[in-house]
Design a protein around this ligand. Structure first.
Ligand code: SAH
Length: 297
């Protein structure tokens, strides 16, 4: 079973590389650019929350430019990406659009599994969000914020990409959801106190040395509970990362970051939170570990 899974992942990585490479080529052909194809774009559609994506991303980081020692403005790049080509692509993945390839479809399924897990947890007795305040950071198109609002939560959702926040707002309006607000904001600038803070598949954009501060900030916003997910850094995925590095592209400068589960747990503990449960969702191209943590007594 394990062997089968590994085999599937190996194929996944290969297909992912090919897919990403094709994406990169198309970009070059059709879109005149002033800068090299961005890292995030290269790994797309594999970047968010996806293990294969993260694996690719990291191998690109190792190989790529700028080097680790050069200053990298991840925030600026992520904002720009998710306001432009990344928005177009991920808006399709996070929808029912037919205009997705098999890789994107697999990522859509994996991501939906993570969302469904969160919803199944909050649907449990005495664990609900009805009448509670929720802050959803990096909300994307509202895939989680909207169903949480439909469950009676008052949701303050935000995303660094204005395009994402606007799309989430219009999806919420179209569904008659009135208890969710959406704004464009860097999660690091969000303030307030909420019963539950959610941050799904966003940590992949945070380098290891910034992850701890990010978790601290999320924790500072939550009076009770955190629901966060990240692409796990395991031996298996590190090996896959190396396989991914066998398929370098000339402009492959993806930055996507894996995190060891132990580091995320440690960051949560330092921030005063105890992990209650975790769930890894793994499809061929999407890997994401979800944690539910509550404020330690
Ligand atoms: N959480 C959503 C979207 C995941 S995609 C969901 O699961 O459906 C990741 C999102 O994080 C993107 O929309 C991206 O714009 C956003 N993001 C990345 N870095 C961010 C930051 N520093 N602050 C706020 N949003 C961020």
């Amino acid at each position: 079973m394990v062997q089968l899974r590994r085999g599937a992942l190996g194929v996944g990585i290969f297909a992912a590389c090919c897919d990403a490479f094709i994406v990169g080529k198309q970009q070059r052909k059709h879109t005149p650019r002033t800068a090299p194809i961005s890292a995030v774009e290269f790994a797309d559609p594999l970047v968010l929350g996806g293990g294969a994506a993260a694996v690719l991303g990291l191998s690109a980081l190792t190989l790529g430019k700028p080097s680790d020692s050069e200053a990298v403005d991840d925030i600026k790049e992520v904002r720009e990406y998710f306001n432009t080509v990344g928005f177009e692509r991920w808006n399709k993945i996070y929808s029912e659009s037919d205009e997705v390839n098999n890789v994107q479809m697999d990522i859509r399924d994996g991501h939906q599994q993570t969302i469904d897990t969160v919803l199944s947890w909050v649907d449990e007795k005495d664990n609900g969000v009805e009448g509670k305040s929720v802050c959803d950071l990096g909300c994307g198109v509202g895939s989680l914020a909207i169903p949480l609002a439909q469950r009676g939560a008052t949701v303050s959702a935000s995303d660094i990409s204005a395009a994402m926040a606007t799309e989430a707002q219009s999806r919420a309006e179209a569904m008659g959801v009135k208890t969710a607000s959406f704004e464009a904001n860097n999660l690091e600038s969000v303030e307030g106190s909420y019963d539950t803070v959610t941050c799904i598949d966003v940590m992949i954009h945070y380098p290891t040395d910034k992850m701890k501060d990010m978790v601290q900030h999320l924790a500072s916003l939550s009076s009770d509970r955190l629901l966060i997910s990240f692409a796990p850094k395991t031996t298996q995925y590190v090996i896959l990362k190396k396989i991914g590095s066998l398929f370098p592209g000339p402009s492959k400068t993806t930055r996507a970051y894996l995190h060891p589960e132990s580091s995320v747990r440690e960051a949560l503990a330092d921030a005063g939170f105890t992990v209650k449960r975790s769930k890894l969702t793994a499809t061929s191209f999407y890997f994401s570990t979800l944690l539910e943590a509550t404020r330690s007594a």
